[in-house]
Ligand binder design. Sequence first.
Ligand code: FAD
Length: 287
Amino acid sequence: MKPPPFEYEAPTTIQEVVALLQQHDGEAKILAGGQSLMPLLNMRFARPTALIDLGRMTDLDYIREENGAIAIGAMTTKRSVERSDLVKSRQPLLHASTTWIAHPQIRNRGTVGGSMAQADPAAEYPAVAVALDAEFVIAGPDGQRSVAASDFFITYLTTALKENEVLTEIRVPVLPERTGWSIQEVARRHGDFAMVGAVAILGLAGGSCESARVVLFGVGATPQRATSVEQALIGQAASEALFATAAEKAAEGLEDTISDVHASAEYRRHLAQVLTRRALAEAAERA
Ligand SMILES: Cc1cc2nc3c(=O)[nH]c(=O)nc-3n(C[C@H](O)[C@H](O)[C@H](O)COP(=O)(O)OP(=O)(O)OC[C@H]3O[C@@H](n4cnc5c(N)ncnc54)[C@H](O)[C@@H]3O)c2cc1C
């Protein structure tokens, strides 16, 4: 399988990237790690006139702590996130979620920006971004803008990025004290995309659930907040029984649950409940 013909561009500045996107008038594609885009080209599902390779944009490869958040350049590989001591100590949920993504070879090439821009409904990073209220920094012809994770993921493989924009940074807030987290998923084999996954973030005060955030992935077109579960937890004393009752609500409000060759919608809804319960229990332990 070979990709269709395309022009190749290798810019070194954001201004050049934006100018090239403008020049190709929505027909060009940005190339990051190529782990999702290259198969799409080879199968001819995508036929861009040009590839704008960010491989030389070394200034988009960084992880640093700034103003209570971990700022990650879009071209930072997943392997760098996995190996970062800063991420491990200050944003361990992001570290843990990285270890679920694909295989080391893919994490060596695949980038954080690529995963976010790809917006696969079964991917870990988008769900973690929504759970943590991450912020996306985007550059375009009118300069820079920021988009909250809750507004970034629109539907299957579709984000708030416009054709002439490039994602430059993801800002992931550091969790407050006494806040625990967990990511759980079921996949056919380790390294496959999740059939269903759950992310839970739980803040405890005096044994009660002060804050709760639960996000499911692999169930619908985008990561979905399980608000009924969150509401069932707030103000209640943390216990296994509470987590079990709250988790029963995980399938409530799930829109258009995916049903495909991997699992029926019914099975996915069942998994959503089981994984939510496990995630809440582990998050409480960590808090
Ligand atoms: C066998 C296999 C298993 C996998 N399993 C998983 C898994 O379990 N979980 C998971 O999350 N992922 C998985 N992936 C996908 C992998 O994580 C990819 O690395 C990721 O989806 C895309 O990152 P990339 O850097 O390779 O982006 P690319 O493939 O280069 O680009 C992907 C898309 O994003 C756009 N894009 C990239 N960077 C930017 C940017 N900075 N600004 C704007 N648009 C941009 C591109 O134009 C393209 O449309 C798997 C991939 C394979 C091949």
